[in-house]
Ligand binder design. Sequence first.
Ligand SMILES: *[C@@H]1O[C@H](CO)[C@@H](O)[C@H](O)[C@H]1NC(C)=O
Ligand SMILES: *[C@@H]1O[C@H](CO)[C@@H](O)[C@H](O)[C@H]1NC(C)=O
Ligand SMILES: *[C@@H]1O[C@H](CO)[C@@H](O)[C@H](O)[C@H]1NC(C)=O
Ligand SMILES: *[C@@H]1O[C@H](CO)[C@@H](O)[C@H](O)[C@H]1NC(C)=O
Ligand SMILES: *[C@@H]1O[C@H](CO)[C@@H](O)[C@H](O)[C@H]1NC(C)=O
Ligand SMILES: *[C@@H]1O[C@H](CO)[C@@H](O)[C@H](O)[C@H]1NC(C)=O
Ligand SMILES: *[C@@H]1O[C@H](CO)[C@@H](O)[C@H](O)[C@H]1NC(C)=O
Ligand SMILES: *[C@@H]1O[C@H](CO)[C@@H](O)[C@H](O)[C@H]1NC(C)=O
Ligand SMILES: *[C@@H]1O[C@H](CO)[C@@H](O)[C@H](O)[C@H]1NC(C)=O
Ligand SMILES: *[C@@H]1O[C@H](CO)[C@@H](O)[C@H](O)[C@H]1NC(C)=O
Ligand SMILES: *[C@@H]1O[C@H](CO)[C@@H](O)[C@H](O)[C@H]1NC(C)=O
Ligand SMILES: *[C@@H]1O[C@H](CO)[C@@H](O)[C@H](O)[C@H]1NC(C)=O
Length: 721
Amino acid sequence: MNLLCLPPALLAFIAALPLAHAQYPPPASYQNILTSPVNPNVSVAYKQPTNGTCTTAFTTQKQYTGYISIPPYTLAPIQQNYSINTFFWFIEARQTPETAPLTIWLNGGPGSSSMFGLFNEVGPCEVVQMADGRYGTQMRTFGWDRASNILFIDQPNQVGFSYDSTTNASLDLFTNEIFEPPTPPDSQLPSFMYLNGTFGTASENDSRTYATTANTTQIAARATWHFLQTWLSTFSQYNPSTRPNVTTTSSSEPAGINLFTESYGGKYGPVFATYFEDQNTAIANGQLPSNSTLPIRLQSLGIMNGLVDDLIQDYYFPYYAYNNTYGIEIISQTDQLNALNLFSNQCQPAIQSCRMANQDLFGDNEQANQLCEAAQWTCNNLTSIATAHGYFPYDIRQKSPSPDPSAAYQEYLNQEDVLSAIGARVNYTESSPYVQQDFISTGDSIRGGLIEDIADLLKLGVRVALIYGDADFLVNWYGGQAIAYAVANSLPNYPFPTSVAASGAGIPPSYASGFANAGFAEIVVNDSYVGGAVKQYGNLSFSRVYDAGHFIPYYQPETAFQIFARVIMGTDLSTAADVDLSSFASNGTANATYTASAPPAPSPTCWVRNWNGSCSTSDTEAMQNGEGLIKYGMYVQNSDSITLPSTSVNAGIPGSPMSTTSSGSREAKASETTTTPLTGVYTATGTPTSSGGAAPTAVPGLDGRVGMILSGALLGAAVMI
Ligand SMILES: *[C@@H]1O[C@H](CO)[C@@H](O)[C@H](O)[C@H]1NC(C)=O
Ligand SMILES: *[C@@H]1O[C@H](CO)[C@@H](O)[C@H](O)[C@H]1NC(C)=O
Ligand SMILES: *[C@@H]1O[C@H](CO)[C@@H](O)[C@H](O)[C@H]1NC(C)=O
Ligand SMILES: *[C@@H]1O[C@H](CO)[C@@H](O)[C@H](O)[C@H]1NC(C)=O
Ligand SMILES: *[C@@H]1O[C@H](CO)[C@@H](O)[C@H](O)[C@H]1NC(C)=O
Ligand SMILES: *[C@@H]1O[C@H](CO)[C@@H](O)[C@H](O)[C@H]1NC(C)=O
Ligand SMILES: *[C@@H]1O[C@H](CO)[C@@H](O)[C@H](O)[C@H]1NC(C)=O
Ligand SMILES: *[C@@H]1O[C@H](CO)[C@@H](O)[C@H](O)[C@H]1NC(C)=O
Ligand SMILES: *[C@@H]1O[C@H](CO)[C@@H](O)[C@H](O)[C@H]1NC(C)=O
Ligand SMILES: *[C@@H]1O[C@H](CO)[C@@H](O)[C@H](O)[C@H]1NC(C)=O
Ligand SMILES: *[C@@H]1O[C@H](CO)[C@@H](O)[C@H](O)[C@H]1NC(C)=O
Ligand SMILES: *[C@@H]1O[C@H](CO)[C@@H](O)[C@H](O)[C@H]1NC(C)=O
């Protein structure tokens, strides 16, 4: 039937039909829907996303997106009376994916989606604006797929694309609150800030809100273990321990799995890794059936700007507020002293009270929950100093608001064609205030034991890399360095007591003395620059990355990639030289003393999906008065301010991939004039021409992930990506 022959009224009806669905993700379809090979109660639904959705360096790189669905009570004895549908996005390495290592990436929050890491930090693709204003994807030169297969997981439940059961609702972009059922926008406020969509059940109207996700890292660890049991058995070709042994460059060890985490991932990493190892032991002992469980063998744990232990790190919030490496005095020295006193007199005792009361892992002890939550608020005066003084906590070189990293990927991930291409069943949100609230309600961030966990991982031979960008306030590098020392100091007799090492030739000293005696070596990133400094002893390393805010790979992609590759290969982090880590120590200065000054502020962009981090007061007021307009997710007070990329940008969109990627020669980005090889890891053969100072180009500034306002106060330490 020829559409043009239809009466106009019917034509209008047909044209309107897609609009009726446009508020919600289209019904999801998959290429495979399977029962888990290890648990008949668990199901897997996945597909290869439509080509062009996430552009990779080579079209040969396979991708899989989908869900693993775990029914209620799988996590018993934990009271889990809800389904867990965990979203994943897997991408093959650029070369030899059949033998490449496997890396799992987790963003933090708690409540933040790992799609942030995929699109803004380490994934194979990034979102760019095309000449017509729409968004598409290009490959990321220093995506971590350059050296590894990568699995991005949205966890715990209700984060990002993960959900318990799908629910239509409205999302208020001003508050991040979800209202169920969907309602028309408040006529006083701009309608583009109140959108309908599909989400998990967590909402303002749901009394069960706080029961449908993990509320402690320990619970999240169990859910993720179950997820990985099914993922690794379904995609066994990517599980390093169930395929022919793959050797790393430095040893004959079989390749294990690498777990890289960021921010609140300073909790997820050590706790998850420890739980996986405990389960491995239970399998080995016969306590768990070996025919229906898989060991998850970790090779390395990377923690990037991670909050590991408040008892150690909270001191360094006021410390850094005055004594940072950029000469920025966020507070006066007097205020610093007062705040350091607040740490000693109030914050530290509150944390200790929490830890003395806390015997349970799952948030069931009311007294512990109350004490731990209270400590979080007591210490919040320290962790929120930068925010309280107008500085951008993710990068103190800038003041709030900040346009970077852009929220373009959030617009992209809410497009109907993209949701359909990846089989998403709910709309995309970057951070869930409900998940965060759950973790706050148990004071999870204050609970301890993680230094011991990391030390135990070292004893099991897991490489532990602590990596901190030095412009971040939120989880600053002095605190990270203190964590590294605390871990090393907790191992005075491992591998051998210092006394033996001092007398016996060739016996490596303990972590305590070996790490203390190791020097800070330059991290040589390429022939022309040094990207940071590293202190490395045995399997433990602490890297300070120069000129990087909270999201290191966003600010310094090449440095971040080289460190990542060296960690997973088990080499010298300074040069990528092949070394025997069992007795390796870095040489150099006693402290990392590089200093720098702040670059100029980037020009503003008001992203409606991150208005609180990126919009000026003037824009916010105009927006609330119903003035202005929104284009491509950006708010402008008048249409003259809309600027589109001036040149034609070649990018992939779902169903219409970039034509040039398969050749292997990279299409130059509009913003770049040089091309960089698509593969390979740099090995230093000499000292760079200029030492000190990271890549001078395009330090983007800051990022706008301040996100959520809880109880009227910004809970700095807990609002992390
Ligand atoms: C699957 O679910 C059934 C019914 O709830 C339960 O009895 C059984 O133990 C579960 N099996 C596994 C492997 O979890
Ligand atoms: C994507 O493109 C590759 C190479 O042209 C092709 O082999 C593959 O089947 C395509 N994948 C999908 C999901 O269409
Ligand atoms: C799950 O447990 C919570 C807390 O006990 C309870 O409030 C809720 O009603 C239960 N939900 C279901 C679906 O049983
Ligand atoms: C959202 O859904 C409600 C209820 O169906 C409807 O009244 C409202 O107009 C919708 N909002 C938008 C922006 O479409
Ligand atoms: C891999 O190497 C380990 C240790 O040498 C060995 O125990 C294991 O059987 C090997 N696995 C395979 C699949 O060859
Ligand atoms: C695992 O082994 C046990 C005991 O031999 C047996 O009862 C069970 O059916 C086996 N499970 C699977 C999935 O093969
Ligand atoms: C901060 O730096 C100042 C000046 O260098 C120094 O006097 C002070 O002791 C430092 N503060 C702390 C807490 O170390
Ligand atoms: C945390 O979650 C567990 C398991 O669902 C539940 O038993 C506990 O009551 C929760 N704690 C709080 C403070 O909500
Ligand atoms: C902590 O901050 C709150 C809010 O800014 C303030 O009211 C309170 O006095 C501060 N407490 C201390 C001990 O500084
Ligand atoms: C959810 O996705 C649909 C389909 O792309 C879109 O129309 C809608 O605006 C999205 N809602 C939100 C809250 O992002
Ligand atoms: C550190 O210095 C010692 C003594 O000069 C030397 O033996 C060792 O090889 C050096 N290590 C590195 C990593 O350069
Ligand atoms: C070097 O760093 C260590 C560890 O943080 C610290 O204890 C020491 O005071 C620092 N030394 C100097 C000279 O800054």
